[in-house]
Every structure is written in C-alpha cells, then in structure tokens.
Write a protein that binds this ligand. Structure first.
Ligand code: GDP
Length: 425
C-alpha cells in the first residue's frame, strides 16, 4: 500500500491534473482534499480534453474510486454542471467511481454573490478572486455557518437549518451590500435543481477510506493550486482560503490517520501566476506575450491571461520545503524550446542585498529578481521519451533546477498528452 500526494509547488496551474491523470494507473483511490471550483485541472486523454474544476482527475480511469473529501468547497451547482459535461463526453460517473463526503460543507448560492459584491466594493484593492465564492464559503465554514452534504438526507432538518442561515446571511446581503435578500423558495429551487442530482453520490467516505487503507489500497491525494497560495504558508493575503499543502491531505480527505509515503511536487519549467499580488520574477511586454502564447497561459476557469516569468528558484525552493516534496515533476519543458537563452530567476535582491530565502509577504513587494541565462536547445522536444534523447542544453537546465531546489526531478513533461513524459527514476 502507498499513499501519495500530488501538489503544486508554485502559484498553481503547474500541470497537476495532467500528472494525476498519468499516475492514477497505479492507484485505487484518488481524493480531492481542499479547494473548490476556483481553479482548473486540464486533462487530455482518450476521452478528449477536459478542464476539471471539482472532479478528481482520476475520474477517467476504470476501477479508480474518486472522492471529494470533507475539505473541499462543495458547490452542487458547478459540480453537477461539470459532471454533465464529463458524462456527455462518454465518461461514466456512478456512485461506485465517484463518492462525495457526507461531511463536505456545501457552498451555498450566496457565497458566490458575496464574493462578487466584496470584490466590487474593494475596487482597485480587489484580491483578483475568481468569484466562485471560495473565500466567503471557507469563512462561513469556520464560523460553522454552512450545511454538510449529508444533511440532504434529512430534508426537514435541512430546511430549518437553511432558514436560520438565510436569516443571518440576509442581514449582510441587504444591510452591508444593499443586495437582494434570499427567500426559502429560491433555496428550495436550488436544492431540487442541483443538490438532488448529486445526492446519490454522497456517502460516508471516511469509512470507505479507512477500509481502503485496511485493505492495502493505494491512495492518491490531489491538491489544487500551489504552495504560494496556501492560506498559512502562501503570499498573504493573495492566497486561496484553504491549505494547498500536502500536510493538509489527511485532514481534508477524511483519512486523518494517513501517512504520506511520497509527495510529488509539480513545477512548471517557467513561472505563471493568476490574479493580484507580488510576483517578483514577472516579465512584461513582448517577451511576456511570447511566453504566454507559447505556453497557452490563459486561466482554465476564467480565461484570464496569466502573468508569466522565468522559473523562480527562490520561490520554488520554498515551495518544495513547505510541501515536503520527495520528488518533482517538471512540466512544460517543451514550451521553452523557442528561446535562444533561457532566463532563470536565481536569487532576489532585497534592500540591495542578495537573498536566497523566500521573504515575508510584505517584503516581497520590494524584492527584485536576479536573472541568469542558460543556453536554449532550439529544437522540438515534444516527441522525446527518454532522458538520454533530451538535448544536452535541456538536460543541463533540468539538472541545474534539481540542484538548486534540492529535490530529485523524476518526471519531465514535454507535452500535455498522457504519454508525453520522460520518467527519470
Ligand atoms: P493544474 O491546475 O496544475 O492541473 O494546471 P492547468 O491545467 O491549469 O495548466 C496546465 C496546462 O498545461 C494545461 O493546459 C495542460 O494541458 C498543459 N500541460 C501540462 N503539462 C504540459 C507539458 O508538459 N507541455 C505542454 N505544452 N503543456 C502541458
């Protein structure tokens, strides 16, 4: 039996979905343990191309059980829409291969409204939220002001619970933001239209996972976003509202006794960042546009152009440490093939001093990148499948990163397809 986590080392969008889709071959269970529909995992396989937001990326493998754990922001409306899209493309979703934790809290319709209203109030000080209601959801979860998915099995109690929450939430909606109040009719419609659809998949996934562990099953924990977006360890306040680190996997999955044998940290061969906040290595102008186009760096959920830059060694080393990564999957190396010289941010300058440790979030605003250049390889590497066949300049680039971040790079991805991978073990 082995327990592994696949996590993002940087700002998210590193290609985790692609790695989970590849690695699920060796796993019996895949669990999403945090986050919600605010980011997308892109997967390309025999069924087509998918931008998964809430569904675990193991959903395409026969025999793999996919779980949405108690730590996720369970949005019945978006989940049902996503389930329909996946089913329309020929993927079977049944209570056997998709299980939703009865202890997952429901993202309620007003969470999205509140996200939007607050970003509008903040104007130019906005956080750059995807407006999926994630921050209001997690705030309410910690105030114990949401309902659990399992409450759908207790309709009378659920209605009473929702009525209490609605009374409280309407105060904020109407008095703080001057927005429209919710009614029970509206909430009942939401229950019938969306919650009723996902209900057959809701069960006691904690017991299921404990039994899977006893039976020696291999469990893969799938994270969303990356280290620098972690609520506690990321670039506060430009983080997400959940813990994106591997250490949260046991809690958010529903298997608090789980010990992780392996943490695969996913690093992109260059940097990208969506939303606001300091991004020390950021490139601008034509250079940025060229990289954005080459890597097709537009958000999977929002279509927003991603901010881009060279690989940031300082941030990546920190990301590896907070994830306690045991191995690294380096993705999108093929995207850099057009470059004559490959830029890398090797250090930061802070108050005139060169530093290697990732600074306190506020100090990041003053940090400047120190950029060094590596020889490019200037040829198409997307068909390469072995380390030996990779051009020497590409090997040197990978080995430099490996040395600097102090963690073995065991996978090098050279394309979005499942088999576009060099395994280096
Ligand atoms: P995730 O949220 O970490 O799963 O990442 P995203 O899905 O947001 O972004 C990764 C994007 O890069 C997707 O469009 C993938 O299909 C694509 N991708 C992943 N690995 C590679 C790779 O090695 N090369 C190329 N060219 N694209 C890749």
């Amino acid at each position: 039996m082995s327990n592994s986590a696949i996590v993002g080392i940087n700002w998210g969008d590193e290609g985790k979905g692609r790695m989970v889709d590849l690695m699920t071959e060796d796993y019996d269970v895949v669990v999403r343990y945090q986050g919600g529909g605010n980011a997308g995992h892109t997967v390309i396989n025999e069924f087509g191309k998918f931008a998964l937001h809430l569904l675990p990326s193991g959903i395409f493998r026969k025999g793999v059980v996919n779980i949405l754990g108690n730590g996720v922001a369970l949005d019945p409306e978006n989940l049902w829409i996503e389930m329909q899209q996946v089913m329309d493309q020929g993927v079977a979703l049944t209570p056997e291969n998709l299980k939703i934790s009865d202890r997952a809290s429901l993202l309620l319709p007003w969470h999205r409204d509140l996200d939007e209203l607050e970003e509008a109030r903040l104007k130019d000080k906005k956080f750059g939220s995807t407006k999926q209601g994630i921050a209001p959801f997690y705030s309410d979860k910690y105030q114990k002001k949401t309902v659990l998915a399992g409450e759908l099995f207790y309709p009378e109690e659920l209605k009473a619970h929702l009525a209490d929450l609605m009374e409280w939430k309407n105060l904020t909606l109407t008095k703080v933001y001057g927005a429209e109040a919710y009614t029970m009719e509206k909430l009942e419609q939401w229950i019938d239209e969306y919650c009723a659809k996902i209900k057959p998949y809701i069960c006691d996934t904690g017991t299921f996972l404990r039994n899977a562990q006893k039976d020696g099953k291999n469990i893969l924990f799938e994270a969303q976003l990356g280290s620098l977006r972690d609520l506690d360890y990321g670039i506060h306040p430009y983080t997400t509202s959940s813990n994106t680190t591997a250490a949260f996997a046991p809690i958010g999955s529903g298997l608090p006794s789980a010990k992780l044998d392996d943490v695969v940290g996913v690093v992109k061969a260059y940097s990208t960042c969506v939303g606001e906040g300091p991004f020390v290595c950021e490139m601008f102008g034509d250079e940025a546009e060229e990289l954005r186009k080459a890597g097709f760096e537009y958000g999977a959920k929002t279509g927003r152009p991603r901010r881009v830059g060279p690989l940031d060694i300082v941030a990546t080393r920190y990301g590896v440490e907070v994830q306690a990564a045991t191995e690294i999957a380096l993705t999108k190396l093929d995207v850099l093939s057009y470059m004559d010289k490959i830029p890398v941010c090797t250090h930061y300058l802070l108050d005139g001093e060169q530093i290697d440790d990732f600074p306190f979030p506020v100090a990041l605003n003053k940090a400047k990148p120190v950029v060094e250049y590596f020889d490019g390889w200037k040829c198409d590497i997307s068909g390469v499948r072995t380390w030996e066949d990779l051009p020497k300049a590409a090997q040197d680039y990978v080995m430099f990163i490996e040395k600097e971040i102090g963690c073995p790079i065991t996978y090098v991805s050279v394309g979005p397809e499942r088999d576009s991978i060099i395994i280096r073990k």
